[in-house]
Design a protein around this ligand. Structure first.
Ligand code: TYD
Ligand code: MG
Length: 457
């Protein structure tokens, strides 16, 4: 009987079909039919209950605003990315590569929260034994953590709704959303249709019951996560785990947050006792080299509310063949091509016969354009085989006309650099501090050629 409720809807034109077809019967587009659930006749209920409770039209001024109370996860770095902790009824998606530490982090958080609150861990990936073993290995206090080994959505819904409100957990972790399945759909667990349906139903449940739900989602390296990406707009908060497999540091970044700032970053070190927060990470992403070497420039970046110093390394080498390589790790590669064009046009320096590799040290990913100037300085340094002056930091966006544009929160970046012992800052003119910063000499420039000139001097 459940099968009859399934139908296929074209994502292009909205036409429906009772069975799957390669081509939409309406608009004739290919591969656009997606399985969905036809609204079942629920007595007295709506399948799509409103996410916020319905109210009559009101003036915004008449609506009382209050800070949402936060529920600490017991892990300060995790609270920081969440914008201060979990909010009742909020839905958080935490994505990342398999093995990066998602289950570990959430189990640690539940263990800490279970000391005061009721918490539930729904596991679809590991058995109860395996979770218990992990908890033992990490020496976590999980005696009070409730565990439900289940992958059927309706059973999870029933478990949460059947509990008396006083019995309900304040937070439920779903590990992982890809293992769940709804019997309403015929497709397999992990398919886009299943992941979306399960997440939508769980979101509704969170809003109805006030239980905060954290959904774990696996993401592959290429970003081709069958599912979680389609959830980004459904959930309140999207966090992603970053960090390269060879480094013991893990970053959790907020990509979307209805309850806090995006780009906020939580920094952790992986240990055999689990993830340990790194409250002072700014010096973490500097390679520990004692001497200045060509091809290295330290950048002062700003992640969320916190400045971070990251070493940018470049290697410029003779290219063989007609297609010089441009490769970036942790930085945007399209941006590199653009910067090299600007360097040619406004700095008079050609790299068309050179391979250029650029890397942000420590597995951190930098998306802000303020990396432009440090990237170009590292490239110049490698190309000339001359190290940059000792104790130099830089930041600044480079425009297509060769101008150097300011970066947000320049003062904080400069203060952090001074605090960590950097003595010189090559920065955009518009970021020049009005009051001198102790111990820091500031070279403020407004054009790329001026920046290069400054280094030649
Ligand atoms: P796990 O949390 O299972 O990753 P995910 O849920 O993202 O797939 O972690 C993978 C493995 O790494 C697991 O065997 C435990 C181990 N690990 C540690 O030993 N210490 C740590 O700090 C972390 C994060 C993981
Ligand atoms: Mg896991």
């Amino acid at each position: 009987a459940t099968k009859q409720r399934t139908r296929y809807v074209c994502t292009e034109c909205g036409a429906t079909s009772p069975k799957w077809q390669g081509q939409c019967p309406g608009c004739h587009a290919w591969n656009t039919l997606e399985e969905t659930v036809a609204a079942p006749a629920v007595a007295g209920g709506h399948r799509f209950a409103p996410l916020a409770s319905s109210t009559p039209v009101q003036r915004l001024a008449d609506i009382e605003t209050r800070e949402q109370p936060r529920l600490s996860t017991g892990i300060p770095e995790f609270d920081r990315v969440l914008g201060g902790g979990l909010v009742a009824g909020a839905v958080v998606l935490i994505g990342g590569d398999p093995g990066i530490g998602k289950s570990t982090l959430l189990l640690q958080a539940l263990a800490a929260m279970s000391q005061q609150q009721r918490v539930l861990y729904v596991t679809g990936e590991e058995s109860g034994d395996q979770v218990a073993l992990r908890a033992r290995r990490l020496e976590l206090q999980t005696a009070e953590v409730r565990l439900l080994a289940e992958i059927r959505l309706d059973a999870i819904q029933a478990a949460l709704t059947d509990m008396a409100p006083g019995e309900r957990p304040v937070v439920a972790v779903i590990d992982s959303i890809q293992t769940l399945y709804s019997q309403e759909l015929t497709s397999a667990p992990g398919s886009v249709a299943q992941v979306r349906e399960c997440a939508a139903q769980l979101t509704r449940l969170a809003k109805q019951t006030g239980v905060a739900i954290v959904m774990i989602g696996h993401v592959t390296k290429e970003g081709a996560l069958a599912g979680p990406r389609v959830l980004e707009h459904i959930v309140d908060t999207v966090l992603y785990f970053e960090g390269d497999a060879h480094s013991s540091f893990r970053l959790v970044r907020a990509f979307k947050n209805r309850f806090g700032a995006v780009n906020e970053l939580g920094v952790f070190a992986m240990t055999d006792r689990g993830l340990r927060g790194v409250p002072n990470p700014s010096a973490l992403f500097l390679s520990q080299q004692q001497e200045e070497v060509p091809g290295s420039c330290v950048m002062a970046t700003q992640e969320g509310t916190r400045p971070l110093l990251v070493e940018i390394q470049a290697l410029v080498d003779d290219a063989h063949g007609n297609n010089p390589r441009r490769l970036t790790v942790g930085l945007e590669s399209n941006r590199l091509a653009m910067l090299l064009a600007v360097l040619h046009r406004h700095g008079g320096i050609a790299t068309h016969d050179q391979d250029v590799f650029v890397n942000a040290v420590g597995g951190v990913r930098i998306t802000e354009p303020a990396a432009d100037l440090p990237v170009l300085l590292a490239i110049m340094s490698s190309l000339r085989n001359r190290s940059l002056p000792r104790g130099l930091i830089a930041f600044g966006e480079v425009g297509l006309t060769g101008e150097i544009r300011p970066a947000p929160r320049g003062q904080e970046r400069l203060r952090e650099a001074a605090k960590l012992g950097f003595g010189t800052a090559l920065i955009p003119k518009a970021n020049a501090p009005r009051q001198p910063i102790e111990g820091l000499e500031v070279w403020a420039v407004d054009r790329l050629d001026a920046a290069l000139e400054r280094l030649r001097a």
